[in-house]
Write a protein of this length. Structure first.
Length: 138
C-alpha cells in the first residue's frame, strides 16, 4: 500500500478500495436541500465548498480577456498547464462568477472593420449600377 499523497498509485488504490471518502454515492445533502427548496436560480455562478482553499479548474480554454470574481471580489484568472482556466478560491464556500470581457479597442476595431466592408460593398454596388446604366456591362 502506497502512502505518498503525490503518488497516482496511492489514489488509485484508495479509489479501488473505496476509502477515499469523496464519493457519497449521490449528491451532497446541501445540494439536495437546495434543489428541493426550488430556489435554484439559473445563472452563471457556481458555489463550491472549498474547505481550506483551493484552485478551481474550469474546463474552458484560457484567453486573456476572461475575468472572475470570488465572493463578489475581483480574482485573478490564470492559464493552467493544460490551457484551461484556473481561479484560486479562499477557504469556505465561494461564489465564483466567470465572464468574458473583450477590451474596448477590440470591439471598436470590429465595428470599424464592419463599417469599412459596408462602404466597400456600397461602392461596388454603386459602380456596378453606374456601369449597367451606361451599358458597359452586358
Amino acid at each position: 500500500m502506497t502512502q505518498d499523497v503525490n503518488s497516482a498509485r496511492k489514489w488509485e488504490e484508495d479509489y479501488e478500495r473505496q476509502t477515499d471518502g469523496w464519493d457519497l454515492g449521490g449528491p451532497t445533502p446541501a445540494f439536495k436541500r437546495l434543489i428541493s427548496s426550488r430556489q435554484l436560480i439559473p445563472g452563471r455562478m457556481i458555489v463550491l465548498g472549498a474547505g481550506v482553499g483551493t484552485e478551481v479548474r474550469i474546463a474552458t480554454f484560457y484567453y486573456p480577456f476572461w475575468k472572475a470574481t470570488v465572493n463578489g471580489n475581483s480574482a485573478e484568472v490564470e492559464r493552467l498547464d493544460d490551457g484551461t482556466i484556473g481561479v484560486s478560491i479562499p477557504p469556505g464556500a465561494a461564489g465564483i462568477r466567470l465572464y468574458f470581457e473583450p477590451p474596448a479597442y477590440e470591439t471598436a476595431s470590429w465595428y470599424f472593420s464592419l463599417t469599412t466592408w459596408l462602404v466597400l460593398l456600397s461602392f461596388l454596388i454603386f459602380t456596378l449600377a453606374k456601369m449597367t446604366r451606361r451599358g458597359q456591362l452586358a
